[in-house]
Design a protein around this ligand. Structure first.
Ligand code: 6PG
Length: 252
């Protein structure tokens, strides 16, 4: 069964492994950066947390890629964050800093971390205000990121939008504080209206453990999964996915 689906129009790029996935995603990043900077003078990206994107960030930090990028015009935001200090082992900011930020010449003002160290409500409000200022948003206008990277959890969560989470039903807030019962943890996340307003959304998915949820989403069985609700209104959706995560989907 080909890896296309009636659910939504999406591009699917199957990769041998995380290295190939990271290289293809890095090439896409460079291409989009050039287009956005030529068209709008800047490239606004929301980065994903978790472990899968780490190799991509490390690759972007290599001379091969970083020298192709004008970091003075690139703004790095976060799709979600754990409510911990930026130097905490669980911090998405720390992961990005160690794998990318500390290795490239990007101005500090171009890096926009979520304040995981603050109270969740205050941190979400502060980030929404930062997005409103950066994108010069009008009332009820969502930001239009040029690119948003997302991951996928085995339960179908993406960013920090978890199944049964009240944040899934947010229609106005740009950013939401989330309490994840099963993790006994607070998180911050961009909401669906914010994510689905992006020009490009790219899932980065690797590992056999993801094959069941990938299949349930691609076959349309699991339309309730947060990741299944990622449907850019006026943008492009791409799934960069490793063969083991694609499982038998994509095999002729
Ligand atoms: C986070 C992420 C989360 C992640 C998935 C997949 O902060 O944890 O944003 O949505 O992308 O949990 O994580 P892995 O890439 O580690 O499998």
């Amino acid at each position: 069964m080909p890896l296309s689906s009636p659910v939504t129009d999406r591009e699917v790029i199957i990769c041998r492994d995380v290295d190939e996935l990271s290289r293809k995603a890095a090439e896409r990043f460079v291409g989009l950066a050039r287009q956005s900077i030529a068209a709008r003078g800047r490239f606004a990206v929301a980065l994903s947390g978790g472990s899968t994107p780490k190799a991509l960030y490390s690759l972007l930090a290599t001379a091969e890629f970083s020298e192709q990028l004008d970091w003075r015009q690139i703004h790095l935001f976060f799709g979600d964050e754990r409510c911990v200090a930026p130097d905490h082992a669980e911090s998405n900011y720390r992961m990005v800093a160690e794998s990318l930020l500390t290795k490239i010449a990007i101005p500090d003002k171009n890096v926009h971390p979520m304040a995981g160290e603050l109270a969740p409500e205050a941190a979400a409000a502060a980030y929404a205000a930062e997005l409103t200022g950066f994108f010069d948003l009008k009332e009820d206008q969502p930001p239009r990121f040029d690119l948003i990277f997302l991951g996928l959890g085995e339960d179908g969560h993406t960013a920090s939008l978890f199944p049964d989470s009240s944040a899934l039903h947010e229609t106005e807030a740009l950013v939401a504080p989330v309490y994840v019962e099963k993790l006994k943890a607070h998180r911050l996340t961009l909401t669906l209206p914010t994510i689905n307003s992006a020009g490009q959304i790219s899932f980065l998915i690797a590992g056999q453990s993801k094959s069941a949820v990938v299949k349930s989403i691609f076959t349309g069985q699991n339309t309730e999964a947060p990741a299944a609700r990622i449907k850019p209104g006026h943008g492009k959706l791409t799934w960069f996915i490793t063969e083991d995560a694609a499982g038998d989907l994509g095999k002729a």
